[in-house]
Design a protein around this ligand. Sequence first.
Ligand code: ZN
Length: 76
Amino acid sequence: MVEGAAMAKKHQRTQGKRSSSGSALQQGGIIDTETFIDISNVQIVCRACGKPTRVGHRIEGDGSRVRLCRKCGEDL
Ligand SMILES: [Zn+2]
């Protein structure tokens, strides 16, 4: 996720120049939006199954919320 933020900064420095993703760079607002998407798309790697996964939640009997792997169902 740190990599994504660094990339976004790099993009901003090249603002105004032509690049492969050209049109987006000409509109400053879109760059910020892309940064947000990068961060929210970062996946957690499950310790149990070793795969990148999304985080699910399970409510325990005492009401506490436990994060779990959606691939294998193990607690994170
Ligand atoms: Zn897993």
